[in-house]
Ligand binder design. Structure first.
Ligand code: AMP
Length: 414
């Protein structure tokens, strides 16, 4: 089935061709006709499946001609996702006169006010700044015909649900609503009941699966050796581009500085950085200016960064879904990618929860040549071989002889 048989308008089809899309992805194939029929949609699909086009193309087809007042609203959890979706809408609609405007916080109001004054058809926004514009009467949502709540579970995690509810209340009751979410916790179920009419669910692929093309490894390590191990890992692995995930913003800053001191080319991405810093980091990483992106989970969902050869979880993610999202940054479009997770003793339960969630056990590995200290993780069955002492004093650290396994996947070419 091709795009041309889905009922999309000619200028949108032309836009898709210009982008080089040949065939619709499964979520587009199933979602677009339902959307065009006017059905409310709940979409769950892995990141990188083409969900932006699954809602973007039918919205642009339906809006058809510009009217210079916002008739479609896409709500996104982060500024990065908002600007990514805005770019996609502009690309899809390059042969139409429809206008898309992005609205997010952390930047001045001037440019956004100008664009709103000039008139726009589609708004892509993060919740807080959108509500600011509404309360300042720079913008009304009373003409919204198409409402999209994207990454709804992420918005819930980030505490945006009260804002999202307020946004929905500003929209007319008669409208088309779609919601995309990897998981549907009870709060989102309530929103679905309240804000959607007889929605159809489009679920593509296994929500919990991780790409087949990614090889995974867990590296047990003592807490105070994490920095040394990540340095050793980056040194050994032949990476083209790697995202290193940290649990906290402070942790990301600290690790980013360490890697810079060790002469890695590093960008840092988390929500306490200014908007221009975030944009510079992401663009620099996309362009290849930076080979390493140190990020919190803000970067794990939905961000479209191609060719990430490796993902390193410096900290084990606390929510199993986040593991899937983080790993989704590599092995995209069937390119192979490697995913390494550093595990300290306190992470044991989180790691097991991840393994239950994805339905497979991940190999425990040791880095060849690394001078390990003892951690109780080495007693966990897999590493049954007794530690060899190398004269280390008891307490301050047993050192381990290295296993003969290959260290960190692909070797650096020197
Ligand atoms: P998304 O899941 O919307 O973030 O899309 C992931 C990536 O797939 C983006 O780079 C899209 O431009 C690309 N993409 C989406 N749909 C198609 C398609 N039908 N053919 C080729 N690439 C696509």
């Amino acid at each position: 089935m091709s795009f041309s048989s889905l009922g999309l308008s000619d200028n949108i089809l032309k836009g898709i061709r210009a982008m080089g899309y040949e065939d619709p992805t499964p979520i587009q194939l199933r979602g677009i006709p339902l959307f065009l029929e006017g059905r409310d949609l709940i979409g769950s699909a892995q990141t990188g499946t083409g969900k932006t086009a699954a809602f973007g193309l039918p919205i642009l087809t339906k809006l058809d001609k510009p009217q210079k007042n916002p008739r479609a609203l896409i709500v996104e959890p982060t500024r990065e996702l908002a600007s990514q979706v805005e770019t996609a809408f502009r690309d899809f609609s390059r042969y139409s006169d429809l206008r898309t405007t992005v609205i997010y916080g952390g930047v001045k109001y001037g440019k956004q006010n100008d664009e709103l004054e000039r008139g726009t058809d589609i708004i892509v926004a993060t919740p807080g700044r959108l509500l600011d514009h509404v309360s300042q009467k720079n913008l009304t949502l009373k003409n919204i015909e198409y409402l999209v709540l994207d990454e709804a579970d992420r918005m819930l995690d980030m505490g945006f649900m009260p804002d999202v509810k307020r946004i929905i209340q500003h929209c007319p009751e008669k409208r088309h609503t779609s919601l995309f979410s990897a998981t549907i916790p009870p709060v989102i179920e309530t929103i679905i009941q309240w804000a959607m009419t007889d929605p159809e669910t489009v679920e593509i692929g296994m929500r919990r699966s991780v790409a087949e093309t990614v090889s995974h490894a867990v590296y047990p390590v003592a807490f105070d050796q994490k920095n040394d191990l990540v340095l050793a890992l980056l040194d050994k692995v032949d990476y083209d581009s790697v995202i290193v995930f940290c649990r906290t913003k402070m942790g990301a800053d600290r690790l980013g500085s360490l890697l810079k001191r060790e002469n890695h080319s590093v960008a840092i991405l988390h929500s306490d950085r200014t908007q221009s810093e975030r944009e510079r980091s992401l663009e620099g990483f996309r362009d290849g200016k930076y080979k390493v992106l140190v990020a919190t989970d803000i970067a794990s969902r939905g961000l479209d960064v191609a060719n990430v050869s490796h993902v390193v979880n410096f900290d084990v993610p606390q929510h199993p879904e986040d593991y899937v999202h983080r790993i989704g940054r590599t092995g995209r479009a069937a390119a192979s990618g490697d995913a390494f997770t550093m595990m300290i003793a306190e992470d044991r339960q989180h790691m097991e929860a991840i393994e239950r969630f994805i339905g497979k056990k991940i190999n425990r590995e040791k880095m060849e040549g690394f001078d390990y200290k003892y951690t109780s993780l080495f007693d966990d069955g897999k590493h049954a071989s007794p530690p060899r002492f190398r004269g280390g004093s008891v307490g301050r650290g047993y050192s381990f002889g290295m296993s003969s396994r290959k260290g960190g996947g692909r070797r650096k070419r020197r």
